[in-house]
Design a protein around this ligand. Sequence first.
Ligand SMILES: [Zn+2]
Length: 446
Amino acid sequence: MVKLKDIILEADILVTSNPKNSIIKDAAVYVSNGLIRGVGTKIEIHKEFSATKIVDGNNKILSPGLVNTHSHSVQTFLRGKADDFALLDWLKKVVLPGEARFTSEEVYNSSLLGFAEMIRTGTTTANDMLTTHDSDSGIKAAKEIGIRTRIGKMLMDYSNEFPEIVTEDTDTIIESARKQIDEHHQTQNGRIKYSLNPRFLLSCSSELMKLIVETQSEYEDLMIHSHASESQAECAKVVKIFGDNYFRSLKKLDVLGSETILAHGIWLDEEEYDLVKQTNTRITHNPSSNCKLASGICDVLKYHKFDTIVGIGTDGPPCNNNFDMFRDMRLAAFLQKVKHLDEMALPAEKVLKMATIEGAQAINWGTEIGSIEVGKKADLTLVNINKVNSLPLYNPVSHLVYSASGKDVSMTMIDGEIVFQDGNYLTTDIEKVKRAATEYQEKWKE
Ligand SMILES: [Zn+2]
């Protein structure tokens, strides 16, 4: 990591995601001790501040770092291992056995590779779920590479569906989660926050959900992150076991609320949308995952109509198959247009907000990250616009959402530290991580 006291980042175009959606040409940002202290034109910033380092932003857009509101970094070594399944078979045949057999070293390297791909593609914050076992190794990976994250072990104690996989008993789960909270929550200058991650209702007993809610209430700023109402087959099983639709069942278990974020949320009835609104529950939309697993299309516009905060997530590599948020921004826009047969359904400006400031708000981090404003944490990304896929460029927001890809990212800064620049990973030995991925591939190639 390049330790810097202060730095000036320049850019041809600055996209702020601030309340006015300001865009500044020939811009610069002054960063000191991890915080944004000045935002303006190059002339203004250089007049007011001097810094020990200046990053040249010629032919670049400077944007807030992207916020991935639903990821499974640990599944990275299962990329390409689970194609063309629907959700329940995908879980049963590949993902759950795959997660279960990871060694501690593989949890570490698989998560590290996932986080490396995120910072490579402009993501500075991830709302991440790990495995039931050896999850400390995944948290260690997040701490080392420098990503900002809400992260925690996967919580599962029960299942009619996957009895051979689920091995932890209810009390052990809570005990180990509490130990991890004490060790990791609010560490690394507040960059790491723990999260309680019950996988989904089909793998969690009512008793476990009750204990999770109780545990959450004892800590400050501790979110619950789970999956809900993803596929119709899953929802039918939830009705059978819990006696009601998914979101009403969650409400009865007291899981809904402003400190809960739920992934997918596709098959809701009118009353369930209203429950989400009344409880101020947050939703993460995961367009690639929903398409690949043939789960359905989340009605983002409906959530917006109900004033629900919706972020954008990639989900994990077995259902995407990457962590490039640029792809998911583009697909999020396209899916709503085609779902509603309305070209204005989700314009680029709104999608970029969902992937930056609204994503940050969805994980209750919006006062500190998600936009380029004085006083906020310096989580920033520079995107190269001097490329064949970039020109001509009339509207930088349209460019970021529809034309750009993660490969165009030239620099990523988190908490004022540069973690990726010009192809170099500054916080991790990327060749070592890649070797570990290839070794895993050889081990499990059949
Ligand atoms: Zn997921």
